[in-house]
Unconditional design. Structure first.
Length: 262
């Protein structure tokens, strides 16, 4: 991939409606949640990695955004390996820890499933603008506009909260009240930020009501959220990956319906 730093935001994938990305993720995730086996998760992950070059991210940006997923997925597998269902030969047994063939297989399946579910979610939403997502949820999925716009306004405040936290920390250091007692300082700053966020939320709600965000009846939109061929194609890709995973598991005889009896 040779995309320029800003091309991830202007690539074809970035222009796909965010609700289509959400729908594709859901279509892909459902079959992987219903089963826990190595073949289905491995097949889905393999196809996803083959398609990653068309996601609109440079490989460097891909690793920066997904390194936490790669780091935490094996930790999930380790937990399953130590405390998962015991079957087959037991290799290690100490107190509640039992490492066996069954637990190791479940650990590998869990690790692959976490990667197969989390990686496309992170990559697809890397270039999503919150305003575009809110427009799509209200105009296409017909969710209540008041709820969607309120959530969007709250999301926009996250950056301000971070700035407020840094400002509180610098102010306390300047007054000499942040030199010791880390726990006490943290609790004090958290309470101050809570009070500040409540006040800001009340002012924001009043301002939005004054501008007609809570008015009854149909509302107009500054930007029209469109859903066309690119969006359906992305959902079809997600459904195709899910179908490949299910077919591979059924063909190998490893399908393990976790909601079934036993």
């Amino acid at each position: 991939m040779t995309l320029a730093p800003d091309q991830a935001r202007t690539s074809t994938m970035a222009r796909v409606n965010p609700v289509a990305k959400l729908a594709a993720t859901m279509v892909l995730t459902v079959p992987l949640v219903l089963t826990l086996d190595v073949v289905s998760a491995g097949a889905a992950l393999f196809v996803e990695l083959l398609l990653m070059p068309w996601a609109g991210l440079r490989w460097g940006e891909f690793w920066r955004r997904t390194w936490l997923v790669w780091a935490l997925a094996p930790l999930t597998g380790v937990t399953i390996a130590l405390y998962g269902r015991t079957s087959g030969q037991v290799y290690v047994e100490w107190l509640a820890v039992r490492v066996s063939d069954g637990s190791l297989e479940l650990a590998l399946a869990t690790t692959l499933r976490v990667l197969a579910i989390a990686l496309p979610s992170v990559v697809l939403f890397a270039s999503v603008d919150p305003t575009d997502l809110a427009d799509g949820l209200s105009q296409i999925w017909r969710l209540p506009a008041r709820f969607v716009l309120g959530a969007l306004a709250g999301l926009r405040m996250v950056g301000l909260f971070l700035d407020d936290w840094r400002a509180l920390e610098l102010a306390r250091r300047a007054r000499g009240v942040a030199d010791r007692g880390r726990l006490r300082r943290f609790l004090g700053m958290a309470f101050a930020l809570l009070v500040l966020s409540i006040r800001r939320g009340a002012k924001l709600a009043t301002a939005m009501e004054a501008r007609g965000f809570g008015a009854p009846g149909p509302r107009t939109w500054a930007r029209i959220s469109r859903f066309g061929g690119r969006e359906w194609a992305l959902i079809a890709v997600g459904a195709g990956i899910a179908a490949v995973a299910v077919a591979a598991a059924l063909a190998a005889g490893t399908w393990n319906f976790i909601l079934g009896p036993g």
